[in-house]
Design a protein around this ligand. Structure first.
Ligand SMILES: C[S@@+](CC[C@H](N)C(=O)[O-])C[C@H]1O[C@@H](n2cnc3c(N)ncnc32)[C@H](O)[C@@H]1O
Length: 256
């Protein structure tokens, strides 16, 4: 656990699931800090857990290269969804290398809105604190996306940027359900992630072996449309999908 006071230490001090005041508070029980999920340790240690990973990945141009020059476009696709309204609470589920969170915090700060960021890895928490130290509208939370401790309906908008393809199906489904749970009715959840490209897109033949080797769960998002991992009660008219770079990337906006 990081010492910086901007990390909300109480995030995992209580079991939250019912936010209905004192009666519920009396029944709250202590929780442990989240542990590193197996998939993160086994498959992604080199990208997110090893101290040297920051030296390599924490640069906008590297992230942009990994996304074949689409980082600005995909970041813009998220910012464009954020209506410039005052006093909003926005959640970013999981840290992202590069300038994404900086740009999001700046964008929200213009209208007095706030950004909360969740991550499960303490080393990522330390990094994002340093990276966003200049922003006074940001709070960092050490939590697992599959069982967040925020009460229901806490956020106006929730962003899940390139996390789902890194998670096995069970964790992915739980992350999506949690993102929906913590977003208020009428709010939106914005997912940006990989997608199965069109057959005519040559990137299909480049990215398939790369992802199969390095990011084995990502192929799920090629085989299935992202809404297939959403709770059964989500209806198609709540969803708007956009595709980028010949279909290799997608943005799915869910109106809660
Ligand atoms: C959003 S994803 C990938 C983002 C993008 N590929 C990039 O350039 O950074 C990476 C982050 O997800 C975090 N993460 C993975 N599983 C998580 C979970 N269950 N809960 C919260 N954070 C998680 C990792 O610790 C890591 O910081």
């Amino acid at each position: 656990m990081n010492d910086d006071s901007r990390v909300i230490a109480e995030d995992y001090a209580y079991e939250v699931g019912d936010s209905n005041g004192q009666e519920a508070a009396a029944s709250l029980t202590p929780l442990k800090p989240p542990s590193i999920p197996d998939y993160l340790q086994d498959t992604y240690w080199w990208a997110y857990l090893h101290p040297k990973s920051f030296w390599f990945f924490e640069r906008e141009w590297v992230v942009n290269l990994i996304l074949w020059g689409n980082m600005t476009r995909l970041t813009r696709a998220v910012l464009d969804e954020m209506e410039p309204q005052p006093d909003r609470n926005v959640l970013q589920v999981a840290c992202v290398y590069g300038d994404f969170s900086n740009l999001l915090a700046t964008h929200l700060g213009r209208t007095g809105s706030r950004l909360s960021i969740v991550d499960v890895a303490p080393i990522q928490i330390s990094n994002i604190e340093k990276k966003l130290a200049a922003h006074d509208n940001v709070s960092i939370h050490h939590q697992d996306s599959t069982c967040m401790s925020f009460p229901d309906d806490s956020y106006d908008e929730t962003v899940v940027f390139f996390l789902l393809h890194e998670q096995p199906e069970d964790a992915r489904r739980k992350t999506i359900a949690e993102a929906i749970r913590v977003t208020r009715p009428g709010g939106r959840v914005i997912f940006v992630d990989y997608h199965g490209p069109k057959r005519s897109n040559p990137m299909r033949y480049v990215m398939k072996p790369v992802l199969t080797l390095l990011e084995p769960f990502a192929m799920d998002l090629w085989r299935e449309e992202l809404p297939a991992f959403m709770p059964a009660d989500i209806s198609p008219d709540q969803l708007t999908s956009s595709f980028y770079f010949g279909g290799l990337y997608q943005k799915v906006v869910l109106k809660v």
